[in-house]
Design a protein around this ligand. Structure first.
Ligand code: PNS
Length: 169
């Protein structure tokens, strides 16, 4: 009898600046098909200055995923494949919303496969109603006074209101 853990652990990596309902939908879907899902926030993003700090993004994720079984939140730096290896993960979970996501995701998945052939990338589609939602659009719309309440969890909306003074306060 082996004591080896054969449960499938997957990493769901991202910037999460901020978490959207699309991300949350994917987390819920992913958690249903793997035994353990680690949502991993990249610490040193090359996407410019984030709106939220890493601790804030982690807190928002923790609050929103409270009560979701088999989901944990972590941060990582450097190569995703190195983090996945230290975690003992067998898969990376990524969301695909539209064809426009495909090229970037394909390149990333192939590069990760080159670096770590044992690691599989799993793609899942979020609910249709979130296919156009991105963190970048959420920030842009919110900053201009638009209502994003149905597109982000309520804790994220509250933090946006606290962080971005003005039209939505
Ligand atoms: O939410 P994002 O910004 O689309 O997530 C991108 C992320 C964090 C998955 C990607 O930038 C990443 O994995 N960065 C870590 C560095 C790395 O491993 N690069 C090589 C993969 S091509």
């Amino acid at each position: 009898m082996t004591t080896e853990n054969r449960g499938t652990k997957a990493i769901y990596p991202g910037t999460f600046d901020p978490l959207t309902n699309g991300h949350l939908d994917l987390i819920a879907r992913g958690a249903k098909i793997v035994d353990e899902l680690v949502v991993a926030v990249l610490r040193n993003t090359q996407k410019g200055t984030p709106l939220f700090t890493v601790p804030e993004r982690v807190e928002m994720l923790q609050e929103a995923t409270q009560g979701m079984a088999h989901v944990s939140i972590a941060t990582f730096d450097g190569l995703l494949v190195d983090f996945a290896r230290t975690q003992g993960a067998r898969a990376v979970l990524r969301g695909i919303r539209a064809i426009s996501d495909y090229e970037y995701e394909f390149q990333m998945a192939m590069m990760n496969r080159k670096l770590a052939p044992e690691l599989e990338t799993l793609f899942m589609m979020p609910a249709e109603k979130y296919t156009y939602v991105s963190s970048r659009l959420i920030k842009g719309v919110f900053e201009l006074g638009g209502d994003v309440s149905s597109l982000v969890p309520s804790n994220v909306e509250a933090r946006l209101k606290a962080k971005v003074p003005g039209k939505n306060a």
